[in-house]
Design a protein around this ligand. Structure first.
Ligand code: PMP
Length: 284
């Protein structure tokens, strides 16, 4: 596979990063993951807007122009023959020399990495017909979940806990309400309305979330942006998650309790269709 490292396109075996890199030593890096469908990029502009915001919040400069990032994504798609798959982008504060909590000088070059992988049949994931079974766990992440950093240890532990219990994923709960999933935003459907937590520092501002809510409004579906409890979710008609790689994915069980009929519901299925159709149309 050919990957991108600091302006060069190289075989992955030649793409190496310093042991002094702040991303490695301190988790001092941000990332984005963009979906490729039919060789085209889904919601690319949204991912770039969020990337610039994440960098800004961590006082990092954008190390290359958005047009260059787009060109690199396209080149990785082409050179690696990706039809359906993902492109990962990570920007760290770079090689800072000996370990220090103080940031390196502002002119220290960032480390920029991009690589892609194939996910054949991504839009036709059989899990969308089955739905996910999830557990809930306390949200023990830091309080700036709106910044997309590579500090993913707790979500990773939560995912492992779900797997250990024979389930698919976990939702996080804080002060009695659901924040979001390990790597996705959380929703319920009640009385035909979509209920989802408003954006704040508590959750990642999902790009799929923003697009889906826009498409849903255009389709005259009512959206209530407010926190909801686990109890409310267990009693909802439907539940689902969104993320770049999963699009809209039904949730059919929460902590052992079936949601609605225990099968993917009609509103969720319709939203999945709307999202896939509209985001493919808007792909670049
Ligand atoms: N929340 C968290 C914690 C995530 O890691 C992700 C996926 N990166 C999302 C939500 C969904 O965001 P997006 O729709 O932009 O993939």
């Amino acid at each position: 596979r050919i990957v991108y490292l600091n302006g060069s396109y190289v075989p992955e075996t030649e793409a190496t990063v310093s042991i002094f890199d702040r991303g490695f030593v301190m988790g001092d890096a941000v990332y984005e993951v963009t979906t490729v469908l039919g060789g085209r990029l889904i919601d690319f502009d949204g991912h770039m807007t969020r990337l610039k915001r994440s960098l800004g919040e961590l006082r990092m400069a954008m190390p290359l122009a958005e047009a260059e990032i787009l060109a690199a994504h396209r080149r990785l798609v082409e050179e690696n023959g990706i039809t359906d798959g993902m492109i990962y982008l990570q920007i760290s504060r770079g090689n800072a020399g000996d370990r220090d909590f103080v940031f390196p000088p502002a002119d220290t070059p960032a480390t920029v990495v991009m690589y892609g992988w194939d996910k054949p049949g991504l839009a036709d994931n059989p899990a969308a017909r089955e739905g996910l079974r999830i557990i809930t766990m306390p949200d023990l992440r830091w309080a700036r979940r709106d910044i997309k950093t590579v500090q993913l240890l707790y979500p990773s532990l939560a995912k492992m806990e779900a797997k250990a219990q024979g389930k698919d994923d976990a939702w996080f709960v804080e002060e009695g309400t659901v924040t979001e999933g390990t790597s996705n935003n959380a929703y319920i459907v009640a009385g035909g309305r979509i209920i989802t937590r408003p954006t704040s520092h508590d959750i990642l501002h999902g790009i799929t979330r923003a697009s889906l809510l826009r498409y849903a409004r255009e389709a005259q579906i009512t959206i209530e942006e407010r926190p909801f409890t686990v109890d409310e979710a267990q009693q909802a008609d439907e539940a689902f998650i969104t993320s770049a790689s999963q699009f809209v994915m039904p949730v059919v069980e929460i902590d052992g309790v079936p949601v609605g009929a225990g099968r993917p519901g009609p509103v969720t299925q319709r939203l999945r269709e709307i999202y896939l159709e509209e985001s493919r149309k808007a792909a670049i």
